[in-house]
Design a protein around this ligand. Structure first.
Ligand SMILES: Nc1nc2c(ncn2[C@@H]2O[C@H](COP(=O)(O)OP(=O)(O)OP(=O)(O)O)[C@@H](O)[C@H]2O)c(=O)[nH]1
Ligand SMILES: [Mg+2]
Length: 251
């Protein structure tokens, strides 16, 4: 990444029942440049998302599929995606939801922020978050209760984990290869969406620079959310578990 050559970017998309979204999203990402590859990590979606990707990948060499039938979950899929992206030789790994809440046109700005750091340029940044909570960022149009929950969730995570960022729940991120290696992403343990906080915490603890770039987060356009109250509560207990593990030197 410090060399002037164009970085190889692998965009990882964990999918579960995203048949309506996955190919338009993959196309939009591939159109960002010849140096972009897309890796879809699908947990055997009943709606056949993986079949669509497998067929399209036969015609598009920059589109890849990781079709998983065991060890399901957003966290496990995310981890498998990172590991595969590193095997593919990625310099930069982009992580994003496949429901268009994370819009492809923000990706170049985030990568540019990652590159605009390093020796002689500015403090080294190893992770860039697409953030709803900094200048230029905005959240989906949601009711006051939902906004209040988001606000307190961020406050809770910031206090418990002590991470120096505004949008602790952002799963729209650009990683330097060296960051994923340094935090040993393959050894992460979260099975569900709490992987977002686990990797953020590990990055902050490794004293790797984190920057936030404002993004407009929009509500899912098509398909259904997989988020349930149970998953949400599980996520918040994982945050406490992370702090506890760190206190006991187990992280
Ligand atoms: N591979 C895989 N992907 C998953 C799984 N669960 C969710 N995903 C994907 O993870 C991303 C985020 O899931 P969403 O259902 O949009 O959850 P969310 O964004 O927290 O919730 P909403 O705001 O309601 O959309 C989407 O791309 C999903 O398809 C899973 O078990 N396996
Ligand atoms: Mg979503």
């Amino acid at each position: 990444m410090t060399s002037p050559r164009t970085p190889k970017v692998v965009c990882t998309l964990p999918t579960y029942n995203e048949a309506e979204n996955v190919l338009p999203l993959a196309r939009a990402l591939l159109a960002l440049g010849e140096n972009f590859q897309v890796l879809v990590i699908d947990d055997n979606s009943p709606d056949g998302t993986w079949k669509l990707v497998a067929e399209a990948a036969e015609r598009e060499p920059r589109l890849h599929l990781l079709h998983r039938t065991t060890d399901k979950g957003r966290g496990a899929a995310g981890r498998a995606g990172f590991v595969r992206a590193l095997e593919m030789g990625a310099d930069v790994v982009v992580e994003m939801d496949a429901d268009f809440s994370h819009q492809p046109h923000f990706v170049p700005r985030m990568i540019e922020r990652l590159e605009r750091s390093g020796p002689g340029i500015g403090p080294q940044v190893g992770l860039v978050l697409g953030s709803r909570a900094v200048h230029g960022g905005s959240d989906a149009e949601r009711g006051p209760l939902r906004r209040l929950i988001t606000f307190f969730a961020n406050l809770y995570i910031r206090i418990v984990l002590g991470v120096p960022v505004r949008d602790c729940n952002s799963g729209f991120r650009c990683w330097r290869r060296s960051t994923l290696e340094a935090i040993r992403v393959s050894e992460s343990f979260s099975k569900g969406p709490a992987i977002v906080q686990e990797l953020l915490f590990k990055t902050a603890r490794a004293k790797i620079g984190i920057a936030e770039v404002g993004i407009e987060f929009i509500e899912r356009q098509r398909g259904q959310s997989t988020l349930t109250l149970r998953i949400l509560i599980r996520g918040y207990t994982t945050v406490l578990q992370l702090r506890w593990m760190a206190l006991r030197g187990k992280l």
